[in-house]
Design a protein around this ligand. Structure first.
Ligand code: DMJ
Length: 463
């Protein structure tokens, strides 16, 4: 009898705990709708500010209420970056306005040098995605024109691109580059190959990435700085954040988007090495540390906002267990400082670079982890982050980056990736899944969705 009562009580307790757990963690449709409306309102607010104070410029300065251009001429970074976010969120007027700005205001036949990497991920990626979503031929024409003007950058002795190229003259400069600025063209250039039927785009982008890959160390890591003229490493610190991040990301995503098996293999070899040499567990969570690419010895126990993307790519590639551990560290980084710093020492919790320029990577990882696990813990994490941003970074004219997360002093800058990425991933975390089918679409590193092509292996056989 006593045993039966104990059994009954234990079963009841178990049911109570599981039910309570479910009701606590799942978001109701109503809660999701409220969150989505908040993000849509933020998009509208940021766009209104841009239109009112910075129309025609690359970006809005949300405190001084003026516009800012990266170069002597504007390339409309904000409208190009924002279009597909507006489109996905169903903000039709805003999407139409951004598109009109692009087709009437973008010209690439200008005597202006540009940073290849940024123009590729924001403008070329944005235009290609805008073309796929809208079917407006003028956007494809702009993408093709821009793509052709970027090609001279790859005329180096190694095939790895110089960092800057003049859009009119093709003049290049800056041979000291890094894996991210060398290896982040596979997706956009692959799409150009698809739409121009000119195989040289993908071939050139792939050669550049694989020139980095073939210079990996015996323990399969790459360094942070490399000379594209000589092919020599100039900084052998290996990490997954600034100046390397999207090199790894594009190897995996070129496999997803084009079925390129060489890229898959390169990703797997690097990823195995990263998990073996960089993965570090401390009491607050897990992080990828910085090490020397040859010895694997720790150089600095530093981690930051950019590194946070890796949990997402791990989740996307199916390694949920490691992704969960890294996301625990990511969330700790966010909550410890209330808004994450650019970099901190994860062994001492001291801040190294205190700014937060409205970066998306931590929320991006929440999105991928949620999609792959359906565990609402990741929605909750992302909700905390986006709510912090919307509350603490809002100004009359838009949203401002943070100069110092320990004092919460704001900076006069609203980077275009806030609309391209941060708000998009925050929205997708709560949106119906059919808004973006991860079996059909791959995001470039600026969160511009690109349609998968089904012809597996096409890009591998191309050379
Ligand atoms: C974006 O421009 C891209 O995500 C890039 O890969 C890294 N930095 C910013 C956002 O933080």
């Amino acid at each position: 009898m006593k045993n039966r009562i104990t059994f009954f009580l234990l079963t009841a307790l178990f049911l109570l705990v599981s039910l309570k757990g479910n009701t606590q963690t799942k978001f109701t449709n109503r809660q999701k709708a409220v969150q989505i409306e908040k993000i849509k309102a933020a998009c509208r607010h940021a766009w209104q500010g841009y239109k009112k104070y910075a129309s025609g410029y690359d970006a809005l300065k949300p405190i001084s209420k003026t516009g800012h251009n990266w170069y002597g001429v504007s390339f409309l970074m904000t409208p190009v970056d924002a279009f597909d976010t507006f489109y996905l969120l169903g903000l039709k007027t805003e999407a139409e306005e951004a598109k009109e700005m692009m087709v009437s205001g973008l010209h690439f036949d200008v005597d202006q040098e540009v940073q290849l990497f940024e123009v590729n991920i924001r403008l070329l990626g944005g235009l290609l995605s805008a073309w796929e979503l809208s079917n407006d031929q003028r956007l494809l024409a702009l993408a093709k024109d821009l793509g052709a003007r970027l090609l001279p950058a790859f005329n180096s002795p190694t095939g790895m691109p110089y960092r800057y190229v003049n859009l009119k003259t093709g003049k290049t400069r800056d041979a000291l580059s890094n894996p991210a600025e060398i290896g982040t063209y596979l997706l956009e250039f692959g799409k150009l190959t698809e739409y121009t039927h000119d195989s040289s785009y993908y071939r050139i982008a792939k050669k550049a990435a694989f020139e980095v890959y073939k210079r990996r160390s015996d323990i399969d890591l790459v360094g942070t700085t490399i000379d594209v003229n000589t092919g020599e490493w100039r900084n052998t610190e290996s990490q997954i954040g600034a100046r390397i991040d999207s090199y790894y990301e594009y190897l995996y995503k070129a496999w997803l988007l084009f079925g390129d098996k060489d890229c898959k293999e390169a990703w797997e070899i690097h990823n195995k090495a990263i998990k073996k040499q960089l993965f570090t567990e401390v009491s607050s969570g897990s992080y990828f540390t910085r090490v020397d690419m040859k010895s694997g010895k720790e150089t600095h126990p530093f981690y930051g906002a950019l590194d946070a993307f890796y949990a997402g790519i791990l989740a996307l590639s199916g390694d949920i267990a490691t992704a969960r551990k890294i996301q625990k560290g990511n969330y700790y980084m966010w909550t410890t400082f209330n808004i994450e710093p650019e970099e901190f020492n994860f062994r001492t919790d001291s801040v190294l670079y205190p700014e937060y320029p409205l970066r998306p990577e931590n929320i991006e990882s929440c999105f991928y982890l949620y999609r792959m696990t359906k565990d609402s813990e990741f929605q909750r994490m992302g909700q905390r982050m986006i709510n912090d941003i919307l509350e603490k970074c809002k100004t009359d004219a838009g949203y401002a980056g943070v100069k110092n997360v320990t004092t919460m002093e704001l900076s006069d800058s609203m980077e275009s990736f806030f609309l391209a990425e941060t708000l998009k991933y925050a929205y997708l975390l709560f949106a119906p899944e059919n808004k973006i089918d991860l079996g059909k679409v791959v995001f470039n590193t600026e969160a511009h969705p690109l349609r998968m092509t089904n012809d597996e292996g096409r890009m591998t056989k191309d050379e």
